[in-house]
Design a protein around this ligand. Structure first.
Ligand code: FNR
Length: 344
């Protein structure tokens, strides 16, 4: 369908279902095991109702949508999460993602397991490497390989390393296994805070742990001196019945809200609408990631990715206006009824 006939982010998944072959679509769509976390990531946002305030002065709201992530300027408080195998949606692979991110000035975190090499992705930046990218990595524990990888990432000009810590084992992905896609039976990988420090000493770039799922680990990260953490259950693809990042953010807010002031907190999983973004920001999350919606949008290449970003910006702005938020930087938990509402 023509790009301008799509009205919101879920439409891109529908296009993916029509356009991609079944095994490629299944790889993107898949969650672990019974897919409880996959569904909960989407449904959790509906359990918390908004508390819209009226007759508020929102004349300055639009100017408060752009934000900084680790000090870098972006047009919106959301970004493209790292996802492997962009080539399943588009023969140009991740080139559409990096160019679309540039066009709409949002952050992109290329996956180490991209279809294109990371050299090709960084070289495709349209604006002469001014575009800020954070590089995602999986580490196998071999320190020589890691040192080489970090040097390569620094040379390419990434501004941070996003280290995925939620995947020491394989995700149990039945849906994908039925279509023989996925990475079955890899070795368990070891990750400790000790290793984190050794790795930090090997690079000048900040290393952001991605996949924090409890207040204890968030607190530990602060103690260990990390600059930012990334709440995520990997889009519900790793361990089924792991919590959504909204639930983790709520746990942090209830038990140790200072964490949101001490470091930057990012979060992803199931974000599809402007109101989803607002609920995470309301708890103190600095920026919100989206994986699948941008992966499907990349069927249309850079144009689709940029269009998806503009759709979400439009929703964030108008939802915040209807919520009576004068300044998006000051949105707080009072805009949401945090008593879980199980039924509508
Ligand atoms: C992922 N994700 C992921 N995460 C990561 O750290 N490295 C990776 O290579 C991948 N690869 C990957 C592939 C695909 C197809 C998906 C859908 C996801 C997880 C990703 O970064 C992010 O956490 C989730 O996608 C967020 O959930 P939503 O937005 O897809 O619901």
């Amino acid at each position: 369908p023509p790009l301008d006939s799509l009205v919101g982010l879920p439409d891109f998944q529908w296009v993916g279902r029509q356009h991609m072959n079944t095994s490629a679509y299944t790889y993107y769509r898949n969650g672990a095991a019974g897919e409880w976390s996959y569904r909960n990531n989407l449904e959790v946002f509906a359990r918390y109702r908004l508390r819209p305030r009226v007759l508020r002065d929102i004349t300055n709201l639009e100017a408060t949508i752009p934000t900084t992530i680790l000090g870098y300027n972006f047009s919106a408080p959301f970004f493209i999460s790292p996802c492997a195998r962009g080539g399943y949606a588009n023969p140009d692979g991740e080139l559409g993602l990096v160019k679309g991110a540039a066009e709409s000035n949002i952050l992109y975190m290329p996956s180490l397991y991209s279809s294109k090499s990371i050299e090709e992705i960084y070289a495709a930046r349209p604006n002469n490497s001014e575009q800020v990218l954070f590089q995602q990595v999986y580490l196998d524990g071999d320190m020589n390989d890691t040192q080489n990888l970090f040097r390569q990432i620094e040379t390419l000009g990434a501004k941070a390393i996003v280290m995925t810590v939620d995947s020491p084992g394989d995700g149990i992905r039945h849906r994908a296994a039925r279509y023989s896609v996925g990475s079955a039976n890899s070795e368990l990988s070891l990750l400790t805070w000790d290793l984190y420090h050794q790795l930090s000493n090997m690079t000048s770039l900040p290393i952001i742990p991605k996949g924090i799922q409890t207040v204890e680990d968030a607190r530990e990260a602060v103690t260990q001196g990390v600059k930012a953490i990334f709440l995520s259950n990997h889009g519900g693809r790793q361990v089924d019945t792991s919590p959504s990042s909204l639930e983790v953010a709520l746990e942090i807010y209830n038990e140790d809200p200072e964490i949101f002031k001490q470091i930057e907190v990012y979060a992803d999983g199931g974000v599809r609408y402007g109101t989803d973004v607002l609920k995470l920001l309301a708890l103190g999350v600095k920026a919100v990631g989206l994986g699948r919606p941008f992966m499907y949008a990349n069927i249309y290449g850079a144009e689709g990715v940029a269009r998806a970003a503009e759709m979400l910006k439009y929703e964030v702005l108008n939802d915040a206006a209807n919520l009576g938020v004068p300044d998006l930087k000051k949105i707080g938990p009072q805009y949401v009824n945090w008593k879980s509402a199980d039924v509508w």
